[in-house]
Design a protein around this ligand. Structure first.
Ligand code: SAH
Ligand code: SF4
Ligand code: F3S
Length: 442
């Protein structure tokens, strides 16, 4: 068989990156070889994201660049995968005639066949969503470059239908993956020398797998993965505040190699805004969960997601978000301007009525508050010593390495004789709002 080269470009969340690893595995079995050189590719896949309008626009612009590649190499096949493929498959097929394949997140097993059946202008699509597909038996090809941290997708889809969010429409219903296959993948990562595993899902707290052997919830799954090797760190992403149980917080507190770091997207600090978002918790509930976390895990790293300028957001509601941010004092936040997504409840029910300049101003105020919290929290770390997992060579100088603390903060330090994948004790000597700097201590 002639080898064929496959080039994959991925946008969006970590789950999409994990899906690209599944895609790579499926196509390697079919005789393809992965390449980093787009010009040598026989097949180009773009794994896309629909979460905000600008994510989609970026991809639409990027794929125009493939047109000229195809003109020069007529046999080249181009496939659009992922959430955008799911959301606007028809539109892509009609408007981008040079696209050969459109495949949604649950149809990747079908890719070899889809490639086979395209050609000479014949386009193929499969955007059927599944109630069962978890790709449990597929051993992903690791596309990360560091060989230190890897991600395991433990569930797919989402049933929460937050009013603003497109994910339930692009990824379908929530389903949990067989815990045996998750443990097998984790053991395989251990054998390959990985030192950090992040369990992934849109709402990992609602992980639940039932079969004739019994029921496994998320806390139990984490305990089982953590028990594989105490030298492997376990992280997870992301949690919905409505489902973060005391059992889970206690499991994190009690288990040494489950990192003391929780990403708990709040979206807004205002109960009335949260109600319009259909988030099913209030400001008070959220703050109660944060209090519980802080009392059980005093050094816990905390991060969040925030949306600025959601439908109907008043100035008072925005101020409540700022005040909640000050109370929680997050280490890190992903902050976005609200972007209306077609078909969502918000698009149908609430006008996108916060003017663009007000959205921008509110987002900036949110960023400013976060900047202060991040910097103040980092200042408190100066003088302390952290166990850091080395996962990167610093971009600025080869003499410097970086890694993450248990709390998920980036620490930069002089290399000395450490290498990727080592745990080192690092004393923090200074900081910016974004990173800690330190020295290895013995
Ligand atoms: N499942 C995760 C979030 C996945 S999407 C959770 O529920 O926490 C990542 C983030 O994108 C969300 O937390 C939200 O802050 C943001 N987001 C989602 N839809 C958005 C929209 N329409 N406009 C702006 N930001 C959005
Ligand atoms: Fe979207 Fe809400 Fe599901 Fe997260 S929990 S993916 S924000 S619908
Ligand atoms: Fe984007 Fe889909 Fe992830 S919309 S954020 S790639 S689940």
């Amino acid at each position: 068989m002639n080898t064929k080269n496959l080039y994959i470009e991925t946008y969006g969340c970590q789950m999409n990156f994990s899906d690209s690893e599944v895609v790579a595995s499926i196509l390697e079995k079919d005789g393809y070889v992965l390449t980093d050189d787009i010009k040598s590719a026989d097949v180009i896949f773009v794994n896309t994201c629909s979460i905000r309008d600008n994510a989609e626009r970026r991809v639409r612009n990027r794929i125009q660049e493939f047109k000229s590649l195809k003109n020069r190499k007529p046999g080249l096949k181009i496939g659009i995968l992922g959430c955008m493929a799911e959301r606007i498959s028809e539109k892509l097929l009609v408007e981008e005639k040079f696209v050969d394949i459109v495949a949604g997140p649950d149809s990747y097993r079908d890719l070899p066949k889809l490639i086979e059946e395209t050609g000479d202008g014949r386009q193929m699509a499969n955007v059927v969503l599944s109630l069962e597909e978890t790709y449990a038996d597929i051993e992903p090809v690791r596309l990360d470059k560091n060989g230190v941290s890897a991600f395991i997708s433990i569930m797919r889809g989402c049933d929460n239908y937050c009013a603003y969010c497109v994910v339930p429409f692009t990824r379908g219903h929530e389903r949990s993956r067989d815990p045996q296959s998750i443990l097998k993948e984790a053991i395989d990562l251990k054998k390959k020398g990985y030192k950090e595993i992040t369990l992934l899902g849109q709402n990992v707290n609602s992980y639940n797998y039932k079969d004739s052997y019994g029921e496994v919830n998320f806390a139990e799954l984490m305990r089982r993965v953590a028990a594989i090797d105490s030298d492997i760190r376990i992280r997870f992403s992301t949690s919905h505040p409505k489902d973060i149980s005391d059992e889970l917080i206690e499991t994190i507190a009690k288990t040494d190699n489950i990192c003391n770091s929780i990403h708990l997207p709040v979206q807004s600090g205002s109960s009335s805004n949260l109600k319009r978002m259909k988030r099913f918790y209030t400001r008070e509930w959220y703050l109660n969960r944060i209090d519980k976390i802080k009392s059980m895990i005093p050094d816990c790293g905390l991060s969040t997601d925030i949306i600025a300028g959601y439908c109907g957001e008043t100035e008072e509601e925005h101020q409540e978000t700022l005040s909640l941010m000050r109370m929680v004092n997050y280490d890190y936040a992903f902050m976005f301007k609200y972007s209306e997504r077609p078909d969502t409840l918000a698009a149908k029910k609430y006008p996108d009525d916060v003017p663009e300049d007000v959205k921008s101003r509110r987002l900036q105020e949110i960023i400013n508050v976060q900047q202060v919290s991040s910097h103040n929290n980092n200042l408190k770390d100066v003088g302390k010593t952290f166990r850091v997992l080395v996962d990167n060579v610093s971009k600025r100088s080869k003499e410097q390495m970086s890694g993450r603390t248990d709390q998920n903060k980036v620490m930069v330090f002089d290399r000395k004789d450490c290498k990727l994948g080592d745990y080192v004790m690092v004393k923090c000597t200074s900081c910016t709002a974004a990173t800690l700097k330190g020295e290895i201590v013995v």
